[in-house]
Design a protein around this ligand. Structure first.
Ligand code: FEO
Length: 172
């Protein structure tokens, strides 16, 4: 059985994951409208992934005798100055999510809820991967600068990243 404090903290995380899904969906739309098919595909799959993060938490809360809340979400940014700015926002958002997961882990220890602590380890590992991926992408973007040919190749290569991420997840 979850304590009220843990239930509330998990429900806050459910909202954050749902908002992440919306944020990346808005990014996918912006990229698609700008003709960046590869980037759009990447963002659509990021958005799907965030929904699975949310659902995993929802199921956990309900299975442990809590009640997962489906709540109102903050509207995401729908336009960006550049695709570089968009990926900077993605990176900043993932850092924010990691901090939130860390806080949740901290609360689970305070509450001596070792099942939740154990459950959260998946999210800790996932955040390491997501931050690393966002950092790698930003490094590539900084290398490209304003080079249009570079952007073309980046848009093509990021599709590969999407495919390999999906493949590695399928293997889990
Ligand atoms: Fe669910 Fe990207 O954190």
């Amino acid at each position: 059985m979850l304590s009220k404090k843990i239930e509330k903290a998990l429900n806050d995380q459910i909202r954050i994951e749902a908002e992440s899904s919306q944020i990346y969906l808005a990014m996918a739309c912006w990229a698609e409208v700008k003709g960046l098919e590869g980037v759009a595909g990447f963002m659509y799959s990021q958005s799907d992934e965030e929904r699975t993060h949310m659902l995993k938490l929802v199921r956990y809360v309900n299975e442990r005798g809590g009640h997962a809340h489906v709540s109102a979400l903050k509207a995401p940014n729908v336009t960006f100055k550049s695709f570089k700015e968009m990926f900077e926002k993605l990176f900043e958002h993932e850092v924010f999510v990691s901090e939130s997961i860390n806080e949740l882990v901290h609360i689970s220890l305070q509450e001596k809820d070792y099942s939740t602590h154990n459950f959260l380890q998946w999210y800790v590992a996932e955040q390491i991967e997501e931050e690393a991926m966002a950092r790698t992408i930003l490094d590539k973007i900084n290398m490209i600068g304003n080079d249009k040919g570079g952007l073309y190749l980046f848009d093509r290569d990021i599709q590969q990243l999407t495919i390999s991420t999906a493949a590695s997840e399928g293997a889990e």
